[in-house]
Structure formats: C-alpha cells, structure tokens
Design a binder for this molecule. Structure first.
Ligand SMILES: [Zn+2]
Length: 183
C-alpha cells in the first residue's frame, strides 16, 4: 500500500511532502500505517478571510466548508476519516503545531480500528478503569478512541514517557500492535 502525502509544502515552514513521508516511515512500522492511503495537510480556513478573498461562486462552497469545520470540534488539529463503503482511509492535518504528534495521533485512530474485537474490548476496559486524573492528556480523557490515539502517539514518540505515565496501556500496545504484523 502506498501512502500519498500532499499539501505539506504549502505549510508555513515549507516542509516537503517527501520529508513528512520519511519521518512517518521512521516513526511508524509498516504494518501500522497500512490502512491509510492518503495524508493531507489542509489548514483550517478563517471564514472572514475566505469570503473577502473570493467573490465568485466559490464563496458558497467555502461557507459550507467553514460550517462543516465549526461542527467538527475534534477536527481542529486534524482528523482521520474512514469511508465505510470503500474502506478508503485518509488523514487530514490542520496545523503545523506539534505536527509529528498530531500525525501519530491520527494514525492511532487507524491502528485502533484494525485491532481484533477482543483487543478492542480489552482497551475499553482499560479506558473505563482509568481514574480521571490519570489520563495522559486532556484529549485522552475525552473517550476511549481519543485515549487510544494519544497513547499510541506517545508510544511511538516517547515510549519511556508512556511507561512512566501508564504502564498498563504501554503493555497493551506492546502486545497488541505485534498482532497487526501477522495479519
Ligand atoms: Zn483523535
């Protein structure tokens, strides 16, 4: 499966798409990035600026786009999209802030989808048993999916830190990610 990376050369820092792909390949083992076909950098638009910038028919589309974004609270940093009909998976990144962390977080959603149902319910149990103050981040406390994505990102970036913060979730990732290798 080839991963198509685009849009990152439009980012302010001018990171090339090749560079992003190289970093992903270093951080994420092949079996864990298999599900995702496309990774796009697409910054969030400011509605006001978009309206002033374009007086043609595109304005209408941009309003819809901004509205959709407003509803998608989680989509401020980026999002993972799985189209149920085709199985097509795509990640959109919206900000250059903590870019590696955000990309890994979104890949985490893809990885979680591909766990066995037994592993998924084991994760649910781990999440439910976590004390409110023990989540590794505020984002992780939102729900079990966000918890997984946050733990996955930290696992791939700084596993020693995850060991300190939540050794049970580290152990879960260590044993269950290996199973993806055998699929
Ligand atoms: Zn998320």
């Amino acid at each position: 499966m080839t991963l198509r990376v685009s849009g990152f050369d439009q980012a302010r820092q001018g990171i090339s798409n090749e560079e992003v792909l190289r970093v992903i390949c270093e951080l994420i083992p092949e079996p864990e990035r298999q599900g995702v076909q496309e990774l796009v950098y697409e910054p969030a638009v400011d509605l006001g600026v978009e309206l002033r910038a374009d007086r043609t028919g595109r304005v209408h589309l941009d309003i819809e786009y901004a509205m959709r974004q407003r509803y998608a609270k989680q989509a401020e940093l980026g999002f993972h999209e799985l189209r149920k009909d085709s199985g097509f998976e795509r990640i959109v990144i919206r900000t250059t802030e903590d870019m590696d962390g955000n990309i890994l977080h979104e890949f985490g959603h893809s990885v979680q989808n591909r766990l066995s149902s037994q592993a998924k319910s084991e994760w649910s149990r781990l999440h439910v048993l976590t004390a409110p103050e023990a989540f590794i981040s505020e984002r992780a406390s939102a729900d079990e999916d966000e918890d997984f994505a946050e733990c996955y990102a930290l696992f791939r970036l700084k596993p020693a830190r995850l060991r300190e913060l939540d050794p049970k979730k580290l152990a879960f990732l260590e044993s269950n990610l290996n199973a993806l290798r055998d699929v």
